[in-house]
Ligand binder design. Structure first.
Ligand code: FNR
Length: 382
């Protein structure tokens, strides 16, 4: 077993262990992948100011996101098909989040169902991510199931009415269920650890959908149904309807533009996530970290601003918090940990990020994450 010291180590290990089409599904962006690359690269332009001779004892990373206590300003982002990186992936990631004291967000497009995750975590509260589907009755039932499962926030994704194109997925023939092409079969067969894990899993279906929607009884009928379900007519009226139907903490995900952020604030949501879907939707859009400051400036006094995209280290979290993010979400950093080592790998990813965040904050002369602001950044670098 290699020594794991950073998220890149987990990525390399996941690449070895997870079948290629599923690894590629996680580690890819849309079209030229320029936004995907910019998400990570733009963090490096922002420079931290080191301070010396400051008392660094008694540090705290504790804060709140939408009024809920978190051990650090980090949550797990919703990722569809998480269970394809590792058997029971969503349950394992949710358990890791629980152990580390941070929120886990379950995707609508998860393999394990809302109920599986609730049961697998001892009904520990988690967050549920909702896509707006044409079938409004299905949305209502998902909201009711999320409430019954003790979910403590609803993350409503607004940037996936239509789908960006990812070349790797098309070339690998990624679909649900995976197409039995020769290359895919060879690839699956050469990953014994992954195959054994999947054989042992009790949950191999899209548990939020299959069996809950009339006519979607198996994986075959699922892909057809899903392709037609994302609603291209989504509007702010739907947001208002979902907000009243849910009645709890509401987080709007996928906002990149200041005008949309203002509309989000007017909608009465509790938080907005500055996000470009991890560079998987509009290729050519700005990185999330570069879009963040203007949005904080425009609505930060009315609504919590969160962000995701390209976060691979505690230094990245620190820079986002310095620019006004109340919390950040990790997508791929979690998936790499999961694919590499299951629950232990996700916990390892979170520990790495926590330690990097803690030490870097101290180097910048701060002992409490709630005191971190732009003054820890080199002027002109952001
Ligand atoms: C996603 N993302 C996503 N978002 C969402 O709201 N619902 C979903 O089902 C998914 N599915 C999904 C699958 C995979 C494989 C990835 C990588 C991403 C987007 C996700 O929530 C988040 O915005 C990004 O992952 C953040 O970027 P990083 O941390 O992956 O760089």
């Amino acid at each position: 077993m290699p020594v794991i010291t950073n998220i890149e180590d987990l990525r390399v290990l996941a690449k070895k262990r997870v079948p290629r089409m599923f690894y590629d599904y996680a580690d890819s962006g849309s079209w030229t992948e320029s936004t995907y690359r910019a998400n990570e690269a733009d963090f490096e332009r922002i420079l931290l100011r080191q301070r010396v001779a400051v008392n660094m004892e008694g540090r705290s990373l504790r804060t709140t996101m939408v009024g809920q206590d978190v051990a650090m300003p980090v949550a797990i982002a919703p990722t569809g098909l998480t269970g394809m990186q590792h058997a029971d992936g969503e349950i394992l990631a949710a358990r890791a989040a629980k152990a580390m004291g941070i929120p886990f967000t379950l995707s609508t497009m998860s393999i394990c169902s809302i109920e599986d995750v609730a049961e697998g975590t001892g009904r520990h509260p988690f967050w549920f991510q909702l896509y707006v589907m044409r079938d409004r009755g299905f949305i209502e039932s998902l909201i009711d199931r999320a409430k019954a499962a003790n979910c403590s926030a609803l993350v409503l994704t607004l940037d996936l009415q239509i789908l960006g194109q990812r070349h790797k997925d098309l070339k690998n023939g990624l679909s649900a269920p995976p197409k039995p092409t020769f290359a895919n079969l060879v690839n699956l067969a050469t990953k014994p650890r992954w195959c054994l894990g999947m054989l042992g899993t009790r949950r191999r279906q899209f548990g939020n959908i299959v069996g809950h929607v009339k006519g979607v009884e198996n994986m075959g009928s699922l892909s057809e149904w899903t392709a037609k379900q994302f609603d291209p007519r989504l509007s702010w009226n739907d947001v208002a309807w979902i907000k009243s139907r849910w009645g709890g903490k509401l987080i709007l995900k996928g906002v990149q533009d200041v005008e949309d952020a203002r509309l989000a604030a007017e909608s009465g949501a509790d938080a907005v996530i500055v996000s470009n879907h991890g560079g998987r939707q509009l290729d050519g859009a700005p990185s999330s970290i570069s879009a963040l400051p203007d949005i904080v400036e425009a609505v930060g006094d009315r609504i919590e601003v969160h962000m995701d995209g390209g976060v691979r280290s505690g230094q990245h979290v620190l820079k986002a918090v310095a620019l006004g993010a109340r919390g950040v979400y990790i997508g791929r950093a979690m998936l790499y940990g999961l694919g590499a080592m299951g629950q232990e790998g996700v916990e390892r990813a979170l520990e790495i990020i926590r330690n990097e965040l803690d030490l870097s904050m101290a180097f910048c002369g701060r002992t409490d994450i709630r005191d971190v602001d732009r003054s820890i950044l080199l002027p002109g670098s952001y």
